[in-house]
Design a protein around this ligand. Structure first.
Ligand code: GLY
Length: 425
């Protein structure tokens, strides 16, 4: 598995094009790609003039439902974080500014749709929406710069190189490493809240931008910061069973101030998307460093996810420790991130087939009518049934731009590994 899969990343289409069994039915994949293109086209056309990016759909929340899912009395809620949308907004597309942490996902989805189908309209819109993010290169107010700029400009550089793109990535990486504290050994995630130096597990996802900056400049400092962050996160964010805390705050001497959740059910629960961010992040660390400790760690997290997610379609509930009832929401975004990570992980180990099979099961579930939008519906988003922050009554059982992005990335990795091209589906 390992050699074949490694090779397939280098020359996938040429090598595997003739290997597909003639009987294999990829109609589901063709439908998923066509639906994605039509949803992205609709969204791009409808929001272009706004200067904003699509994020989700406005939805209100029922406080009794939150109490049941969080197993917490409403008197303990921080109500200031639980604003309801104005009634007129409910059901409409939720847009966000370019400084929102999710701003890079829509341009990135357009890039993947172009790569997957060769559709030139997707490329033109990808360039259009990527360019809107240019001012973010001057921003240093969050750790999410990797999400914002690597998913947009990083894919632009890969698929349509231009001389102007590396500078955007490098300037943004400089801003990201300015948030690194060498005494603590980590990149600061947030500039808000009560914590001394908060680091969230999500931060593992921003390291790819730093790996890319080292590749572009030849300067090892970006990668060194990223791997120090990963090394600090490993012993402090993870429990003996390889689940992770969401937020770890450090004292100035690098000792732990406290471990909490922000978006999960409770401090010691396993918030579904956090587990996905972790396996993705350590798989990336192994890709660039080839240090087996990261591979070993990614495998442990993957194995934990595969044993803890017991739903029949492999799409997790929003938190592994949430009470499971008919009303418990899923998180398709966590599933999409996991699938993308596990496709890559499957290429790195001898027994990778089991990771591949699990990831394939996820993307087939997400491509089924239960999760894939009908063209023209779902406010132009591709997937249904993600959960942003149930803890805050925010974005519960809705589409999310990052679910769409990692779904398309997972489809891209799947098609490469299978040697599939859109024209042959
Ligand atoms: N990075 C924030 C989230 O995963 O919701």
């Amino acid at each position: 598995m390992k050699l074949v899969k490694l090779f397939s990343f280098i020359a996938p289409v040429a090598f595997f094009a003739g290997c597909q069994p003639a009987t294999e039915d990829n109609a589901w994949l063709k439908h998923a790609l066509d639906t994605s293109v039509s949803q992205l086209r609709l969204t791009a056309e409808e929001i272009d003039a706004s200067g904003l990016m699509p994020r989700s759909i406005h939805k209100g929340h029922d406080v009794s439902f939150l109490e049941r899912q969080l197993e917490m009395d409403r008197s303990l809620f921080q109500d200031s974080l639980r604003a309801q949308p104005v009634p007129e907004a409910v059901g409409t597309r939720r847009l966000c500014k370019i400084y929102d942490w999710t701003s890079g996902f829509f341009p990135g989805s357009l890039w993947y749709a172009y790569e997957l189908t060769g559709n030139e309209e997707m490329k033109a819109q990808a360039i259009n929406f990527t360019e809107k993010l240019n001012p973010v290169r001057h921003y240093d107010g969050t750790h999410d710069l990797g999400f914002m700029i690597n998913c947009s400009y990083g894919n632009a550089l890969r698929l349509s190189p231009a001389d102007t793109i590396p500078a955007v990535l490098i300037e943004t990486a400089d801003n990201l490493i300015s948030r690194f504290n060498p005494e603590i050994g980590a990149i600061r995630s947030w500039d808000f809240g009560p914590w001394n130096f908060p680091v969230i597990i999500d931060n593992m996802m921003n390291l790819d931008l730093l790996f890319e900056a080292t590749r572009l400049t030849g300067d090892p400092k970006y990668q060194a910061v990223a791997l120090r962050h990963a090394d600090k996160t490993m012993p402090n964010h993870f429990r003996p069973d390889y689940t992770s805390w969401h937020v770890v705050s450090y004292n100035n001497d690098g000792t732990v101030e406290l471990k909490q959740t922000f978006q999960g059910k409770n401090d010691d629960s396993a918030w579904a998307r956090g587990q996905a961010w972790g396996v993705y992040g350590y798989t990336s660390c192994y890709r660039v460093s080839k240090d087996p400790k990261y591979l070993d760690f990614a495998r442990h997290i993957a194995d934990m996810i595969m044993s803890r997610v017991q739903t029949e379609d492999a799409i997790p509930y929003w938190d592994y420790d949430a009470p499971v009832t008919d009303e418990t929401p899923r998180d398709a975004s966590a599933a999409a991130v996991t699938a993308s990570a596990l496709f890559e992980l499957s290429t790195m180990v001898e027994d990778g087939q089991r990771y591949f099979d699990y990831a394939e099961k996820i993307i087939k579930s997400l491509s089924s009518p239960a999760y894939l939008a009908k063209p023209g519906e779902n406010a132009g988003f591709i997937l249904l049934h993600s959960t942003g922050s149930l803890h805050h009554g925010s974005e519960i059982d809705v589409p999310l731009n990052y679910a769409d992005y990692y779904y398309l990335e997972a489809l891209q990795r799947y098609m490469k590994l299978k040697g599939l091209s859109y024209a042959e589906l």
